[in-house]
Design a protein around this ligand. Sequence first.
Ligand code: SF4
Length: 305
Amino acid sequence: MIVNDKRYNNINFELKKQFSQKIIKLSLDGGFTCPTRDGKIDTRGCIFCSKNGSGEFTNFNTDIQIQIDEQIKLLSNKWQNCKYIAYFQNFTNTYKNADELMKLYNFALTNPDVVGLSVATRADCLGDDVLKVLDYFNKHTYLFVELGLQSIHEDTANFIRRGYNLNTFENALTKLNELNIKTVVHTIVGLPTEDKNKMMQTYKYLNKKDIWGIKISQLNILKDTDLEIYYRKNPFYIMNADEYISFICDIIENLRDDIVIHRLTGDGAKDELIAPKWILNKRYVLNGIDKELRKRNTHQGFLYS
Ligand code: SF4
């Protein structure tokens, strides 16, 4: 029997249940851009987004299969007998025409060890032609679509320059749900427009939505972003690691217990990171969350009603 060793419903446990073996996500750069970068909506991108389009660990190469082979080679030193999910991470991974998407996603699935697809995108980049492609892959492989919402609050959406409103997110979610496509919603903790109460409202809102998974990250201030400029002019409060751990436990306790948690802390790239530096110590944060939940003797959904 597969046992969940966490007090929350985590993606490793979920994937082990599904595939009965270790599954690792391969972060890929499919050569996309984004409507808030190419001028369709804006040219500056989201305020926190780096030149890599929120994918600091990918290695852009036009050939997706080479990216996959190289990563599998590196990972196989540590993990034997595992399978992979191709994760299209950088920029907006549905922002090409349907034929190109079809080809690209198919390339990623050519390797027999790749057993699924994860596609990170924006709620306003899911037109009918794109949905048809996603519907096809949903019927042929293990697919989930990741939506970068970050917050439900409009003032925050304006501050981060997200470029679409909550209504657009809700419509996208409805369409994905109609196709039975699993959705993962990205959220950010620590945005300067929000206190903890306001942040928690995003999770309480998401509890009422038909979402499959969630990612929670502390806001990273990265070099050469507009957020870095903003932060230097207007230094805002950033939680320390222990405060973050405690607040994440509050969120977990309030989160519906069937929502699959894909991430509880970010993966800051060392050379790019301005603050907070504690993000680099991912082990400390994740172990701290386990310890705190044990101390409280609580679990995901403990305070959900
Ligand atoms: S939508 Fe994503 S890729 Fe585009 S600018 Fe914002 S964070 Fe970056």
